[in-house]
Design a protein around this ligand. Sequence first.
Ligand SMILES: Cc1cc2nc3c(=O)[nH]c(=O)nc-3n(C[C@H](O)[C@H](O)[C@H](O)COP(=O)(O)OP(=O)(O)OC[C@H]3O[C@@H](n4cnc5c(N)ncnc54)[C@H](O)[C@@H]3O)c2cc1C
Length: 504
Amino acid sequence: MTLEHVDVLIVGAGLSGIGAAAQLRSHLPHRSVAVLESRAASGGTWDLFRYPGIRSDSDMFTFGFAWRPWPGDQALADGPAILDYLRTVSQEYGVEELIRFRHTVTAADYDTAAACWTVTVRTPEGEQRLTTDFLWACAGYYDYEQGHQPDFPGLADFEGAFIHPQHWPEDLEYAGKKVVVIGSGATAVTLVPAMAAEAEHVTMLQRTPTYVLSRAGRDPVARRLGSVLDRVPDWVAFRSARERVGFGAARWANIAMIIASYQIARRRPERMKQIVRAGVLAQLTGDERTAGLAPGEAEEYVERHFTPPYEPWDQRLCFVPDGDLFEAIRAGRASVVTDRIRTFTAKGVQLESGDTLEADIVVSATGLRIRLFGGLDLTVDGEPRPFNEAMAYKAMMLSGIPNFAFTIGYTNASWTLKADLVADHVVRLLGHMERLGHRQVLVERDPSVEERPFMGLTSGYITRALDRMPSQGDRAPWALKQNYLVDLRVLRAGRLEDGPVRFS
Ligand SMILES: Cc1cc2nc3c(=O)[nH]c(=O)nc-3n(C[C@H](O)[C@H](O)[C@H](O)COP(=O)(O)OP(=O)(O)OC[C@H]3O[C@@H](n4cnc5c(N)ncnc54)[C@H](O)[C@@H]3O)c2cc1C
Protein backbone atom coordinates (compact mmCIF):
# COMPACT_ATOMS: atom_id res chain seq x y z
CA MET A 1 0.00 0.00 0.00
CA THR A 2 1.36 3.45 -0.86
CA LEU A 3 1.37 5.78 2.11
CA GLU A 4 0.35 9.42 1.89
CA HIS A 5 3.42 11.64 1.43
CA VAL A 6 3.99 15.26 2.44
CA ASP A 7 7.17 17.22 1.76
CA VAL A 8 7.36 18.69 5.26
CA LEU A 9 5.63 17.38 8.35
CA ILE A 10 5.30 19.68 11.34
CA VAL A 11 4.52 18.21 14.77
CA GLY A 12 2.40 20.60 16.85
CA ALA A 13 0.05 23.50 16.11
CA GLY A 14 1.16 25.88 18.87
CA LEU A 15 2.93 29.17 18.32
CA SER A 16 5.99 27.47 16.80
CA GLY A 17 4.08 25.11 14.49
CA ILE A 18 1.80 27.88 13.23
CA GLY A 19 4.82 30.15 12.65
CA ALA A 20 6.75 27.38 10.87
CA ALA A 21 3.85 26.47 8.58
CA ALA A 22 3.16 30.15 7.80
CA GLN A 23 6.80 30.66 6.79
CA LEU A 24 6.71 27.58 4.56
CA ARG A 25 3.45 28.78 2.99
CA SER A 26 4.96 32.20 2.30
CA HIS A 27 8.38 31.18 1.02
CA LEU A 28 7.99 27.65 -0.37
CA PRO A 29 4.31 27.57 -1.36
CA HIS A 30 4.84 24.69 -3.83
CA ARG A 31 5.94 22.30 -1.03
CA SER A 32 3.22 20.19 0.59
CA VAL A 33 2.95 20.60 4.35
CA ALA A 34 0.91 18.93 7.08
CA VAL A 35 0.71 20.00 10.72
CA LEU A 36 -0.20 17.17 13.08
CA GLU A 37 -1.64 18.24 16.42
CA SER A 38 -2.55 15.91 19.29
CA ARG A 39 -5.17 18.16 20.76
CA ALA A 40 -8.53 19.16 19.31
CA ALA A 41 -7.53 22.82 19.08
CA SER A 42 -4.61 24.97 17.94
CA GLY A 43 -2.63 27.42 20.06
CA GLY A 44 -0.77 24.93 22.29
CA THR A 45 0.14 26.55 25.61
CA TRP A 46 -2.29 29.42 25.05
CA ASP A 47 -5.22 27.07 24.61
CA LEU A 48 -4.25 24.61 27.34
CA PHE A 49 -3.66 26.96 30.28
CA ARG A 50 -6.89 28.54 31.57
CA TYR A 51 -6.01 29.70 35.08
CA PRO A 52 -7.09 33.17 36.27
CA GLY A 53 -4.91 35.98 34.99
CA ILE A 54 -3.05 33.80 32.42
CA ARG A 55 -0.81 36.16 30.43
CA SER A 56 2.57 36.46 28.79
CA ASP A 57 5.51 37.67 30.80
CA SER A 58 7.36 38.58 27.62
CA ASP A 59 6.55 41.75 25.75
CA MET A 60 4.29 41.08 22.79
CA PHE A 61 6.54 42.98 20.37
CA THR A 62 9.07 40.19 20.63
CA PHE A 63 6.62 37.43 21.58
CA GLY A 64 4.54 38.16 18.47
CA PHE A 65 5.96 37.10 15.10
CA ALA A 66 8.41 39.56 13.51
CA TRP A 67 6.44 39.37 10.26
CA ARG A 68 2.97 39.87 11.76
CA PRO A 69 2.89 42.93 14.04
CA TRP A 70 1.21 42.55 17.39
CA PRO A 71 -1.55 45.16 17.38
CA GLY A 72 -1.60 47.93 19.99
CA ASP A 73 0.76 48.94 22.78
CA GLN A 74 -0.13 46.30 25.39
CA ALA A 75 3.27 44.88 26.34
CA LEU A 76 2.11 41.90 28.42
CA ALA A 77 -1.02 40.38 26.93
CA ASP A 78 -3.58 38.01 28.41
CA GLY A 79 -3.93 34.40 27.28
CA PRO A 80 -7.16 34.83 25.27
CA ALA A 81 -5.66 37.78 23.31
CA ILE A 82 -2.56 35.71 22.48
CA LEU A 83 -4.70 32.75 21.40
CA ASP A 84 -6.80 35.03 19.23
CA TYR A 85 -3.65 36.46 17.61
CA LEU A 86 -2.26 32.97 16.90
CA ARG A 87 -5.51 31.75 15.36
CA THR A 88 -5.82 34.91 13.26
CA VAL A 89 -2.29 34.34 11.94
CA SER A 90 -3.17 30.71 11.27
CA GLN A 91 -6.20 31.77 9.19
CA GLU A 92 -4.42 34.58 7.37
CA TYR A 93 -1.50 32.42 6.27
CA GLY A 94 -3.55 29.40 5.25
CA VAL A 95 -2.17 27.25 8.07
CA GLU A 96 -5.55 26.31 9.51
CA GLU A 97 -6.39 23.97 6.63
CA LEU A 98 -3.04 22.19 7.02
CA ILE A 99 -3.71 21.18 10.64
CA ARG A 100 -4.94 17.68 11.41
CA PHE A 101 -6.31 17.66 14.94
CA ARG A 102 -6.26 14.68 17.32
CA HIS A 103 -3.23 13.36 15.46
CA THR A 104 -0.43 12.45 17.86
CA VAL A 105 2.89 11.62 16.27
CA THR A 106 4.36 8.77 18.31
CA ALA A 107 7.31 7.55 16.27
CA ALA A 108 9.25 8.07 13.07
CA ASP A 109 11.77 5.93 11.23
CA TYR A 110 14.16 7.39 8.68
CA ASP A 111 15.08 5.29 5.67
CA THR A 112 18.51 6.45 4.49
CA ALA A 113 18.25 4.82 1.05
CA ALA A 114 14.94 6.53 0.33
CA ALA A 115 15.86 9.75 2.24
CA CYS A 116 12.44 9.68 3.78
CA TRP A 117 10.71 9.38 7.17
CA THR A 118 7.83 7.01 7.86
CA VAL A 119 5.83 8.56 10.64
CA THR A 120 3.46 6.74 12.99
CA VAL A 121 0.43 8.70 14.14
CA ARG A 122 -2.21 7.92 16.77
CA THR A 123 -5.69 9.13 15.77
CA PRO A 124 -9.22 8.49 17.05
CA GLU A 125 -9.68 6.21 14.01
CA GLY A 126 -6.63 4.13 14.93
CA GLU A 127 -2.97 4.20 14.00
CA GLN A 128 -1.98 5.80 10.71
CA ARG A 129 1.29 6.10 8.86
CA LEU A 130 2.53 8.62 6.37
CA THR A 131 5.84 9.57 4.83
CA THR A 132 7.69 12.85 4.70
CA ASP A 133 10.98 14.24 3.42
CA PHE A 134 11.52 16.51 6.38
CA LEU A 135 10.31 16.20 9.98
CA TRP A 136 10.04 19.36 12.09
CA ALA A 137 9.24 19.08 15.79
CA CYS A 138 7.38 22.18 17.01
CA ALA A 139 5.99 20.32 19.99
CA GLY A 140 6.88 22.68 22.84
CA TYR A 141 8.89 21.56 25.82
CA TYR A 142 6.57 20.02 28.36
CA ASP A 143 4.22 17.11 28.94
CA TYR A 144 0.65 18.11 28.11
CA GLU A 145 -0.92 15.28 30.12
CA GLN A 146 0.65 16.04 33.49
CA GLY A 147 2.45 18.86 35.24
CA HIS A 148 5.12 18.34 37.88
CA GLN A 149 3.44 17.30 41.11
CA PRO A 150 5.59 16.68 44.21
CA ASP A 151 4.34 14.04 46.64
CA PHE A 152 3.00 16.15 49.51
CA PRO A 153 2.59 14.20 52.76
CA GLY A 154 -0.97 14.06 54.10
CA LEU A 155 -2.50 15.37 50.88
CA ALA A 156 -5.24 12.74 51.04
CA ASP A 157 -6.46 14.28 54.32
CA PHE A 158 -6.98 17.75 52.82
CA GLU A 159 -10.70 18.52 52.59
CA GLY A 160 -10.45 21.54 50.30
CA ALA A 161 -9.86 21.72 46.55
CA PHE A 162 -6.36 20.85 45.31
CA ILE A 163 -5.57 22.07 41.82
CA HIS A 164 -2.71 22.07 39.33
CA PRO A 165 -2.80 25.12 37.03
CA GLN A 166 -2.37 22.88 33.98
CA HIS A 167 -5.84 21.42 34.66
CA TRP A 168 -7.86 24.38 35.87
CA PRO A 169 -11.51 23.45 36.62
CA GLU A 170 -13.78 25.78 34.64
CA ASP A 171 -16.28 26.07 37.47
CA LEU A 172 -13.87 26.75 40.35
CA GLU A 173 -15.36 29.36 42.72
CA TYR A 174 -12.79 31.19 44.76
CA ALA A 175 -14.60 34.40 45.73
CA GLY A 176 -14.37 34.85 49.52
CA LYS A 177 -12.17 31.74 49.91
CA LYS A 178 -8.80 31.27 51.55
CA VAL A 179 -6.31 30.30 48.87
CA VAL A 180 -2.74 29.00 49.12
CA VAL A 181 -0.67 29.04 45.94
CA ILE A 182 2.40 26.80 46.22
CA GLY A 183 5.28 28.04 44.07
CA SER A 184 7.15 31.20 43.17
CA GLY A 185 7.51 31.00 39.40
CA ALA A 186 5.75 32.84 36.58
CA THR A 187 2.47 30.98 37.14
CA ALA A 188 2.37 31.66 40.89
CA VAL A 189 3.11 35.38 40.54
CA THR A 190 0.37 35.62 37.91
CA LEU A 191 -2.21 33.66 39.91
CA VAL A 192 -1.74 35.44 43.22
CA PRO A 193 -2.89 38.97 42.22
CA ALA A 194 -5.55 37.59 39.86
CA MET A 195 -7.16 35.43 42.57
CA ALA A 196 -6.60 38.05 45.27
CA ALA A 197 -9.08 40.31 43.49
CA GLU A 198 -11.91 38.04 44.66
CA ALA A 199 -10.56 35.66 47.28
CA GLU A 200 -10.64 36.39 51.01
CA HIS A 201 -6.87 36.09 51.05
CA VAL A 202 -4.19 34.50 48.89
CA THR A 203 -0.92 33.24 50.33
CA MET A 204 1.98 32.49 48.03
CA LEU A 205 3.84 29.67 49.75
CA GLN A 206 7.35 29.31 48.37
CA ARG A 207 10.31 27.17 49.27
CA THR A 208 12.77 29.52 47.57
CA PRO A 209 12.31 33.16 46.54
CA THR A 210 12.45 34.28 42.91
CA TYR A 211 13.71 37.55 41.41
CA VAL A 212 10.55 39.49 40.60
CA LEU A 213 10.52 42.68 38.54
CA SER A 214 7.65 44.99 37.80
CA ARG A 215 7.30 46.28 34.26
CA ALA A 216 4.85 48.56 32.51
CA GLY A 217 1.80 46.70 31.17
CA ARG A 218 1.65 49.17 28.28
CA ASP A 219 4.90 49.46 26.39
CA PRO A 220 6.35 52.98 26.82
CA VAL A 221 8.02 53.08 23.38
CA ALA A 222 4.93 51.77 21.58
CA ARG A 223 2.71 54.14 23.56
CA ARG A 224 4.79 57.24 22.77
CA LEU A 225 5.27 56.29 19.14
CA GLY A 226 1.59 55.45 18.86
CA SER A 227 0.59 58.93 19.96
CA VAL A 228 3.11 60.57 17.57
CA LEU A 229 2.06 58.34 14.67
CA ASP A 230 -1.61 58.96 15.43
CA ARG A 231 -1.09 62.54 14.35
CA VAL A 232 0.02 61.39 10.89
CA PRO A 233 -2.89 61.44 8.37
CA ASP A 234 -4.80 58.17 8.37
CA TRP A 235 -4.56 57.30 4.68
CA VAL A 236 -5.47 53.71 4.14
CA ALA A 237 -2.33 52.89 2.16
CA PHE A 238 -0.21 54.47 4.84
CA ARG A 239 -1.85 52.76 7.75
CA SER A 240 -0.06 49.42 7.73
CA ALA A 241 3.32 51.07 7.07
CA ARG A 242 2.68 53.27 10.07
CA GLU A 243 1.82 50.29 12.25
CA ARG A 244 4.92 48.49 11.09
CA VAL A 245 7.18 51.40 11.95
CA GLY A 246 5.68 51.59 15.44
CA PHE A 247 5.88 47.83 15.93
CA GLY A 248 9.46 47.64 14.63
CA ALA A 249 10.63 50.42 16.97
CA ALA A 250 8.95 48.85 20.00
CA ARG A 251 10.33 45.45 19.02
CA TRP A 252 13.92 46.64 18.72
CA ALA A 253 13.68 48.68 21.91
CA ASN A 254 12.55 45.55 23.73
CA ILE A 255 15.21 43.36 22.12
CA ALA A 256 17.88 45.85 23.20
CA MET A 257 16.48 45.93 26.72
CA ILE A 258 16.28 42.12 27.00
CA ILE A 259 19.86 41.66 25.81
CA ALA A 260 21.26 44.50 27.91
CA SER A 261 19.52 43.39 31.12
CA TYR A 262 20.61 39.78 30.60
CA GLN A 263 24.20 40.84 30.00
CA ILE A 264 24.20 43.04 33.12
CA ALA A 265 22.72 40.16 35.13
CA ARG A 266 25.41 37.72 34.01
CA ARG A 267 28.41 40.07 34.06
CA ARG A 268 27.50 42.20 37.07
CA PRO A 269 25.10 40.10 39.13
CA GLU A 270 25.52 42.27 42.23
CA ARG A 271 24.40 45.32 40.28
CA MET A 272 21.37 43.44 38.96
CA LYS A 273 20.48 42.25 42.46
CA GLN A 274 20.58 45.86 43.68
CA ILE A 275 18.29 46.96 40.84
CA VAL A 276 15.75 44.21 41.51
CA ARG A 277 15.87 44.73 45.26
CA ALA A 278 15.37 48.49 44.95
CA GLY A 279 12.43 47.89 42.62
CA VAL A 280 10.72 45.45 45.01
CA LEU A 281 11.36 47.69 47.99
CA ALA A 282 9.84 50.69 46.22
CA GLN A 283 6.83 48.60 45.22
CA LEU A 284 6.27 47.30 48.75
CA THR A 285 6.58 50.67 50.46
CA GLY A 286 4.34 52.33 47.86
CA ASP A 287 4.16 56.12 47.51
CA GLU A 288 2.01 58.97 48.77
CA ARG A 289 -0.92 57.73 46.63
CA THR A 290 -0.65 54.07 47.58
CA ALA A 291 0.42 53.42 51.14
CA GLY A 292 2.40 50.24 51.63
CA LEU A 293 4.48 48.52 54.26
CA ALA A 294 6.51 50.58 56.71
CA PRO A 295 10.14 50.92 55.49
CA GLY A 296 11.57 48.51 58.10
CA GLU A 297 8.83 45.98 57.46
CA ALA A 298 9.36 46.24 53.70
CA GLU A 299 13.13 45.69 54.10
CA GLU A 300 12.46 42.55 56.09
CA TYR A 301 9.87 41.37 53.54
CA VAL A 302 12.37 41.76 50.71
CA GLU A 303 15.06 39.99 52.70
CA ARG A 304 12.87 37.01 53.54
CA HIS A 305 10.72 36.62 50.44
CA PHE A 306 12.36 38.32 47.47
CA THR A 307 16.06 37.57 47.92
CA PRO A 308 16.91 34.34 46.10
CA PRO A 309 20.00 32.35 47.08
CA TYR A 310 21.16 32.16 43.44
CA GLU A 311 22.35 34.66 40.83
CA PRO A 312 19.90 36.47 38.54
CA TRP A 313 19.16 34.34 35.47
CA ASP A 314 20.49 31.13 37.05
CA GLN A 315 16.75 30.64 37.07
CA ARG A 316 14.14 32.64 35.16
CA LEU A 317 13.33 36.13 36.37
CA CYS A 318 9.61 36.82 36.79
CA PHE A 319 7.92 39.94 35.46
CA VAL A 320 4.68 41.33 36.85
CA PRO A 321 2.70 43.98 34.98
CA ASP A 322 2.45 47.36 36.74
CA GLY A 323 3.49 45.74 40.03
CA ASP A 324 0.16 43.91 40.39
CA LEU A 325 1.62 41.30 42.77
CA PHE A 326 3.03 43.99 45.06
CA GLU A 327 -0.17 45.98 44.94
CA ALA A 328 -2.07 42.93 46.25
CA ILE A 329 0.51 42.52 49.04
CA ARG A 330 0.32 46.23 49.95
CA ALA A 331 -3.44 46.03 50.11
CA GLY A 332 -3.22 43.03 52.46
CA ARG A 333 -5.13 40.82 50.01
CA ALA A 334 -2.07 38.64 49.41
CA SER A 335 1.03 37.67 51.33
CA VAL A 336 4.17 35.60 50.83
CA VAL A 337 5.40 32.84 53.12
CA THR A 338 8.83 31.27 52.64
CA ASP A 339 8.83 27.88 54.33
CA ARG A 340 8.53 24.17 53.64
CA ILE A 341 5.49 21.95 53.83
CA ARG A 342 5.61 19.40 56.63
CA THR A 343 2.21 17.95 55.90
CA PHE A 344 -1.23 18.72 54.61
CA THR A 345 -4.03 18.59 57.17
CA ALA A 346 -7.81 18.52 56.74
CA LYS A 347 -7.93 22.33 56.87
CA GLY A 348 -4.75 23.40 55.15
CA VAL A 349 -1.00 23.09 55.36
CA GLN A 350 1.33 22.66 58.29
CA LEU A 351 4.79 24.12 57.74
CA GLU A 352 8.21 23.04 58.96
CA SER A 353 8.47 26.27 60.99
CA GLY A 354 5.46 25.05 62.98
CA ASP A 355 3.10 27.63 61.43
CA THR A 356 -0.08 26.54 59.71
CA LEU A 357 -1.89 28.00 56.72
CA GLU A 358 -5.63 27.48 56.51
CA ALA A 359 -6.93 26.92 53.01
CA ASP A 360 -10.16 26.21 51.17
CA ILE A 361 -8.21 25.90 47.94
CA VAL A 362 -4.57 24.94 47.34
CA VAL A 363 -3.10 25.59 43.92
CA SER A 364 0.04 23.60 43.23
CA ALA A 365 1.92 25.91 40.88
CA THR A 366 4.86 23.54 41.08
CA GLY A 367 5.79 23.59 37.43
CA LEU A 368 5.93 21.50 34.34
CA ARG A 369 7.32 18.13 33.40
CA ILE A 370 9.79 18.62 30.61
CA ARG A 371 9.14 16.59 27.49
CA LEU A 372 11.07 17.53 24.38
CA PHE A 373 10.30 16.86 20.71
CA GLY A 374 6.76 15.69 21.47
CA GLY A 375 8.10 12.53 23.11
CA LEU A 376 8.77 10.99 19.68
CA ASP A 377 10.62 7.69 19.34
CA LEU A 378 13.04 8.30 16.50
CA THR A 379 14.89 5.57 14.64
CA VAL A 380 17.21 5.73 11.65
CA ASP A 381 17.10 2.59 9.48
CA GLY A 382 15.46 0.84 12.42
CA GLU A 383 18.20 1.85 14.90
CA PRO A 384 16.99 3.87 17.92
CA ARG A 385 18.33 7.42 18.12
CA PRO A 386 17.82 8.47 21.76
CA PHE A 387 17.82 12.26 22.08
CA ASN A 388 20.24 12.20 25.00
CA GLU A 389 22.93 10.71 22.76
CA ALA A 390 22.70 13.52 20.23
CA MET A 391 24.31 16.95 20.28
CA ALA A 392 22.25 19.94 19.25
CA TYR A 393 23.54 21.92 16.29
CA LYS A 394 22.65 25.64 16.22
CA ALA A 395 19.99 24.61 18.78
CA MET A 396 17.73 23.50 15.93
CA MET A 397 19.04 20.18 14.54
CA LEU A 398 20.44 17.04 16.15
CA SER A 399 23.62 15.18 15.26
CA GLY A 400 23.05 11.82 13.63
CA ILE A 401 19.37 12.47 12.83
CA PRO A 402 18.92 13.38 9.14
CA ASN A 403 16.23 15.68 7.72
CA PHE A 404 15.04 16.70 11.17
CA ALA A 405 14.72 20.10 12.85
CA PHE A 406 13.18 21.32 16.07
CA THR A 407 11.97 24.63 17.42
CA ILE A 408 12.66 25.46 21.04
CA GLY A 409 12.66 29.11 22.03
CA TYR A 410 14.85 31.10 24.36
CA THR A 411 14.62 30.72 28.13
CA ASN A 412 15.97 34.24 28.76
CA ALA A 413 13.92 36.09 26.13
CA SER A 414 10.76 35.67 24.09
CA TRP A 415 10.33 32.19 22.69
CA THR A 416 9.28 33.62 19.34
CA LEU A 417 12.53 35.48 18.71
CA LYS A 418 14.23 32.11 18.38
CA ALA A 419 11.26 30.31 16.78
CA ASP A 420 11.23 32.90 13.96
CA LEU A 421 14.97 32.45 13.35
CA VAL A 422 14.68 28.66 13.26
CA ALA A 423 11.78 28.92 10.79
CA ASP A 424 13.85 31.25 8.64
CA HIS A 425 16.79 28.87 8.69
CA VAL A 426 14.75 25.75 7.88
CA VAL A 427 13.07 27.53 4.97
CA ARG A 428 16.50 28.58 3.68
CA LEU A 429 17.84 25.05 4.16
CA LEU A 430 14.96 23.44 2.28
CA GLY A 431 15.26 25.99 -0.55
CA HIS A 432 19.00 25.35 -0.78
CA MET A 433 18.51 21.57 -0.94
CA GLU A 434 15.87 21.95 -3.61
CA ARG A 435 18.06 24.19 -5.77
CA LEU A 436 21.05 21.86 -5.56
CA GLY A 437 19.06 18.64 -5.78
CA HIS A 438 20.08 17.42 -2.32
CA ARG A 439 17.72 15.00 -0.65
CA GLN A 440 19.38 14.64 2.71
CA VAL A 441 20.96 16.89 5.28
CA LEU A 442 22.81 15.35 8.19
CA VAL A 443 24.85 16.95 10.95
CA GLU A 444 27.87 14.87 11.93
CA ARG A 445 29.11 15.11 15.46
CA ASP A 446 32.62 16.46 15.99
CA PRO A 447 34.38 14.35 18.67
CA SER A 448 36.58 17.30 19.67
CA VAL A 449 33.57 19.32 20.80
CA GLU A 450 32.88 18.93 24.51
CA GLU A 451 29.39 18.36 25.87
CA ARG A 452 27.53 21.02 27.83
CA PRO A 453 24.02 20.81 29.32
CA PHE A 454 21.33 21.62 26.76
CA MET A 455 19.71 24.19 29.04
CA GLY A 456 21.80 26.35 31.36
CA LEU A 457 19.14 27.14 33.98
CA THR A 458 19.37 25.51 37.41
CA SER A 459 15.59 25.41 37.99
CA GLY A 460 14.26 22.10 39.32
CA TYR A 461 12.10 21.35 36.27
CA ILE A 462 15.16 21.66 34.01
CA THR A 463 17.66 19.73 36.15
CA ARG A 464 15.14 16.91 36.66
CA ALA A 465 15.08 16.37 32.88
CA LEU A 466 18.68 17.05 31.83
CA ASP A 467 19.57 13.36 31.44
CA ARG A 468 16.79 12.96 28.84
CA MET A 469 17.91 15.96 26.80
CA PRO A 470 20.50 16.18 24.05
CA SER A 471 23.67 18.04 24.91
CA GLN A 472 24.95 21.24 23.40
CA GLY A 473 28.61 21.84 22.57
CA ASP A 474 31.29 24.06 24.03
CA ARG A 475 31.69 26.14 20.86
CA ALA A 476 29.91 27.40 17.76
CA PRO A 477 27.93 26.12 15.93
CA TRP A 478 27.12 23.61 18.68
CA ALA A 479 26.80 26.09 21.56
CA LEU A 480 23.45 27.56 22.40
CA LYS A 481 24.15 31.24 22.89
CA GLN A 482 20.73 32.43 24.17
CA ASN A 483 21.56 35.68 22.40
CA TYR A 484 19.30 36.97 19.64
CA LEU A 485 21.96 39.11 17.96
CA VAL A 486 24.38 36.18 17.70
CA ASP A 487 21.63 33.89 16.41
CA LEU A 488 20.48 36.53 13.95
CA ARG A 489 23.91 36.36 12.35
CA VAL A 490 24.21 32.57 12.55
CA LEU A 491 20.69 31.51 11.61
CA ARG A 492 19.50 34.25 9.29
CA ALA A 493 22.71 35.11 7.50
CA GLY A 494 25.10 32.24 8.32
CA ARG A 495 26.37 29.76 5.73
CA LEU A 496 24.29 26.63 5.27
CA GLU A 497 27.24 24.49 4.20
CA ASP A 498 29.38 24.79 7.28
CA GLY A 499 31.71 22.25 8.95
CA PRO A 500 29.60 19.42 10.33
CA VAL A 501 26.72 19.63 7.84
CA ARG A 502 26.64 16.93 5.15
CA PHE A 503 24.31 17.25 2.17
CA SER A 504 23.76 14.29 -0.13
C1 LIG B 1 1.83 29.24 31.37
C2 LIG B 1 2.92 29.55 30.41
C3 LIG B 1 3.24 30.87 30.10
C4 LIG B 1 4.28 31.14 29.21
N1 LIG B 1 4.59 32.44 28.93
C5 LIG B 1 5.59 32.72 28.09
C6 LIG B 1 5.96 34.07 27.79
O1 LIG B 1 5.41 35.01 28.29
N2 LIG B 1 6.98 34.27 26.93
C7 LIG B 1 7.65 33.24 26.35
O2 LIG B 1 8.56 33.49 25.57
N3 LIG B 1 7.32 31.97 26.60
C8 LIG B 1 6.32 31.67 27.45
N4 LIG B 1 5.99 30.37 27.71
C9 LIG B 1 6.66 29.29 26.98
C10 LIG B 1 5.65 28.91 25.86
O3 LIG B 1 5.33 27.60 25.96
C11 LIG B 1 6.15 29.35 24.52
O4 LIG B 1 6.33 30.71 24.51
C12 LIG B 1 5.27 29.03 23.33
O5 LIG B 1 3.90 29.19 23.54
C13 LIG B 1 5.61 27.65 22.89
O6 LIG B 1 4.98 27.41 21.67
P1 LIG B 1 5.22 26.02 20.95
O7 LIG B 1 4.32 25.98 19.80
O8 LIG B 1 6.66 25.82 20.71
O9 LIG B 1 4.81 24.94 22.05
P2 LIG B 1 3.38 24.68 22.69
O10 LIG B 1 2.64 25.92 22.92
O11 LIG B 1 3.63 23.82 23.87
O12 LIG B 1 2.63 23.87 21.57
C14 LIG B 1 3.06 22.58 21.20
C15 LIG B 1 1.94 21.87 20.50
O13 LIG B 1 2.44 20.61 20.06
C16 LIG B 1 1.48 19.63 20.32
N5 LIG B 1 2.18 18.34 20.43
C17 LIG B 1 3.11 17.99 21.35
N6 LIG B 1 3.56 16.75 21.12
C18 LIG B 1 2.89 16.29 20.04
C19 LIG B 1 2.90 15.06 19.32
N7 LIG B 1 3.71 14.06 19.66
N8 LIG B 1 2.07 14.93 18.25
C20 LIG B 1 1.25 15.96 17.88
N9 LIG B 1 1.19 17.13 18.54
C21 LIG B 1 2.01 17.30 19.60
C22 LIG B 1 0.83 20.08 21.61
O14 LIG B 1 -0.44 19.48 21.76
C23 LIG B 1 0.77 21.58 21.41
O15 LIG B 1 -0.41 21.99 20.81
C24 LIG B 1 4.98 30.07 28.60
C25 LIG B 1 4.65 28.75 28.93
C26 LIG B 1 3.65 28.49 29.82
C27 LIG B 1 3.33 27.06 30.15
